[in-house]
Write a protein that binds this ligand. Structure first.
Ligand code: 39S
Ligand code: ZN
Length: 766
């Protein structure tokens, strides 16, 4: 028997309906009823799409107003007590309180947000302590099940599994291992599954992507006891793994007391032979044959042969699905007018992936003798495969000049000409900066005015000249502001950029970009990852005009602002027909050319942002070394074309650097700025203990919150930094860019930062 399903659907809406509904609700422009109506409408539309695609189940439980992990915090009744919630607050008030950091009278910081595995999606981090208790609050989920029922189609409920939920949470209590909570958590899951059974649900999908990590052996050892109590609840359980291989414990997973196992055949294909061997034939095997992390049309012949293999090995019931939730891909690409005409047919967003599943299932059914494979279907299949092969053979994908340049890279292309100490001395002479130089990370507020300016330019209401005038005005204001408050190293503010990756994707050869290919990044915020389909090159300078203009307005150093090769790679949809390392190298050369052009235009400091450097690490540590080698080399290639006097900065937020400090040092950036304020400089301690050799700017305040820091707090943080890093190597800056902030708080916060620095300098001099 063959069935088809999806692990999860995006929720923001094809036209970002949820984003706009949320933002209007938060502003107070609309009420709760309006917001919930939009949410209901989206769920219904998404289920209808699943029915139309002939899926055997609609997936329920994957929808969320903000983040699915945050939903589980309420579902499992473990809202952190620090929020001080009261009886008379509604679940929705408490929910937005947790994810956004304000709740009635209590003004406390939001739940921490961090990357969902190696994706660009952020989830809200559950907080655990020895006194955490779990209780079931299933009413929201049960309501959604009721809602789905009205569509009269079988449903499957999707939930984050207990191991993953615990693993993704954090405990601040010293020495407390959250695994100790498993025995309390599992009964609540069992209770939930029983309730779902009562509500008539027959299948529940429990997502356990942590099984693709190097889980500590204590965690692996508890898998079986975690799942045993979920066995006799009256629902069947599909255990879903994805993103990475489960090697080391695949056989254990095959034996767990569950009714089915989902494997990611795009990212963990190496697990398939073992699963075919070890998974009992009476269990459901769900094959993730359509890539949920990328946008290339599936090679259906290849997918079909994998499915065939499963039947040949004796499996009785095979399900087919995307490899993971479709959260990570845009809704629809086949009608997107911005995408290059030649490239568009090669792509598949959510709706096109549903079509692929439909076709695959029909083909398998015909193969199993259940139905006929008619000529219309055969033609659809052929047409699809032709598009897949066209991409493989297209001359658009191959640029001989890029290939030649790569083949002929000179030795030492990834090395600065002199050692850091030599460069530092020359740079000090050239810039003559004060002790503890102050700077910012690049972006200033992306105001409604800027977005509107760009929207009008896009629609043709403004011509290029008028748009450029508007942008120049923004740059002028940003420079004036920075001079007024006395920052030492200025930035132009990035007003001309829609996004730090998309902006470069739009200008590089080998990329195309969509008009509407939005993917949720966190909450209501989305990104539109550019599509890298071919060899990358840089036809023209990308940032020289804006940077030169900005520098012309000031005598202070203007820091050029670029996105690095690893981050462009990581935050784009990239080709799957060559190793990621090759693609990174091509991007690196394009960035290098830009760095050299900026230098030639008189820009003395250039920042190459790499916020996704850490996130790019493979999920399995055995593959880290290889990644770190090529990723660091790509960065160095982008940075090494300049003279000793030119100061290269890099920036990384999303920290947790301690396990890769030598690799960060190996980037050999003259200055690195990092996010540290939320960890109270704890992160910097690692750099100190490692004796990080180059200059470093620990973020002194959190840009994720509108809160304006107090001067005394910053003085204390700066002093803490001086304890671990020699003052002569220290810079003072915020944690990250300011694009999501408003001007009022930005001005105040940066002023406080400059004053706190001045006070500290005075203290150092006495
Ligand atoms: N690619 C990427 N990944 C990243 C980050 C990042 O900066 N880039 N940072 C981290 C995540 N942080 C993020 C922070 C902010 C936003 C964000 O603000 N996104 C904007 C969209 C940004 C954008 O592309 N803006 C476009 C389009 C803006 C838009 O929607 N315009 C309106 C029209 C507005 C008007 O007429 O006034 C429309 O098209 O409907 C532009 O500026 O040109 C949003 O969701 O609202 C996203 C991620 C990690 N991953
Ligand atoms: Zn950042």
């Amino acid at each position: 028997m063959i069935k088809s399903h999806v692990l999860g659907f995006p929720r923001v809406g094809e036209h970002r309906e949820l984003k706009f509904a949320l933002e209007s609700f938060w502003k107070g422009d609309s009420d709760e009823q309006a917001l919930l109506a939009v949410a209901r409408g989206l769920r219904k539309r998404h289920w209808q799409a699943q029915i139309a695609a002939g899926l055997d189940f609609m997936t329920v439980g994957d929808f969320t107003l903000y983040d699915h992990v945050a939903d589980h915090i309420q579902l499992l009744g473990c809202e952190p007590t620090r929020f001080g919630f009261t009886e008379n607050q509604t679940a929705l008030e408490r929910y937005f309180g947790m994810v956004r950091g304000k709740s009635g009278h209590v003004d406390t910081h939001a739940l921490e947000m961090t990357k969902w595995f190696d994706t660009n999606y952020h989830y809200m981090v559950p907080e655990f302590s020895p006194s955490t208790q779990f209780t079931l609050h299933a009413s929201r989920l049960l309501e959604q099940i009721e809602e789905a029922r009205s569509l009269a189609h079988p449903i499957k409920v999707s939930l984050v599994g207990p191991l993953t939920f615990l693993w993704l949470g954090k405990s601040k209590a010293l020495g407390f291992d959250r695994l100790a909570l498993l025995d309390q958590l599992v009964p609540v899951y069992a209770q939930l599954l029983s309730q779902l059974a009562k509500a008539g649900v027959s299948w529940v999908q429990l997502d356990e992507p942590v099984l693709g990590l190097d889980l500590p052996s204590e965690w692996i050892a508890r898998c079986e006891s975690a799942y045993q109590p979920l066995k006799s609840t009256g629902v069947k359980v599909l255990l879903a793994t994805y993103f990475s291989s489960t090697q080391g414990h695949t056989s254990l997973l095959c034996k767990l007391p569950v009714d089915g196992l989902h494997v990611d055949c795009c990212r963990a294909l190496e697990d398939l032979p073992q699963v075919l061997d070890w998974l009992p034939n009476y269990k459901v095997l769900s094959l993730g044959v359509v890539d949920g992390r990328n946008i290339w049309a599936t090679d259906l012949d290849r997918a079909h042969s994998m499915i065939q293999q499963a039947f040949d090995s004796g499996k009785g019931e095979v399900w087919i699905a995307p490899s993971c939730s479709l959260l990570h891909v845009p809704y629809r690409l086949s009608n997107d007018a911005s995408i290059r005409d030649e490239v568009r047919p090669w792509l598949a967003g959510v709706h096109e992936k549903l079509d692929e599943l439909k076709l695959l299932k029909m083909r398998v059914e015909a193969h199993l003798g259940k139905t006929n494979w008619d000529t219309a279907q055969a033609q659809l299949w052929q047409a699809h495969q032709t598009r897949v092969h066209q991409r493989q053979q297209s001359p658009l994908v191959h640029n001989p000049a890029v290939r030649t340049r790569l083949a002929e890279l000179p030795a030492g292309v990834d090395q600065r000409s002199s050692h850091f100490n030599t460069r530092q001395a020359k740079q000090q002479d050239k810039f003559n900066l004060p002790m503890l130089p102050t700077t910012t990370i690049g972006s200033f507020p992306q105001t409604a005015n800027i977005r509107h300016l760009r929207a009008r330019f896009r629609k043709g209401e403004l011509d290029r000249h008028q748009y450029w005038q508007g942008i120049q005005q923004e740059i002028r204001q940003a420079v004036e502001f920075q001079e007024r408050i006395g920052l030492d190293v200025l930035v132009h503010g990035e007003a001309e950029r829609n996004d730090m990756v998309e902006y470069f994707g739009e200008q590089l050869e080998g990329f195309t970009f969509s008009a509407n290919g939005w993917v949720q990044s966190y909450g209501s915020r989305c990104v539109k990852p550019p599509i890298l389909f071919g060899d990358v090159s840089r036809p023209n300078p990308m940032t020289v005009d804006v940077t030169r203009f900005a520098q012309s307005l000031t005598d202070k150093p203007m820091k050029g602002m670029l996105t690095g090769p690893v981050t462009i790679l990581q935050w784009s949809f990239v080709r799957d027909d060559q190793p990621r390392s090759d693609t990174a190298l091509q991007i690196a050369l394009a960035v290098r050319d830009e760095v050299c052009d900026l230098e030639a235009a008189g820009i003395g400091m250039i920042q190459i942002d790499e916020p996704a450097f850490r996130e790019g690490l493979p999920l399995r540590t055995s593959r880290w070394k290889e990644y770190l080698q090529w990723a660091a080399r790509a960065f160095r290639i982008s940075a090494s074309g300049v003279a000793d006097e030119t100061q290269i900065h890099t920036h990384m937020c999303y920290s947790e650097f301690n396990d890769i400090l030598p690799d960060i040092a190996a980037l050999d950036a003259d200055v690195i700025t990092i996010e540290t304020s939320r960890s109270d400089m704890e992160l910097l301690r690692g750099f100190g203990e490692f004796a990080y050799p180059n200059e470093i700017g620990p973020g002194v305040y959190d840009i994720h919150s509108p809160r304006v820091p107090k001067k005394a707090e910053l003085v204390r943080l700066i002093q803490k930094a001086i304890e671990v890093i020699p003052a002569r190597n220290l810079w003072i800056n915020p944690d990250c860019g300011l694009k999501t902030r408003a001007w009022a708080e930005t001005e105040q916060a940066l002023k406080v930062m400059v004053e706190a620095t001045a006070d500290t300098r005075a203290l150092l001099n006495t």
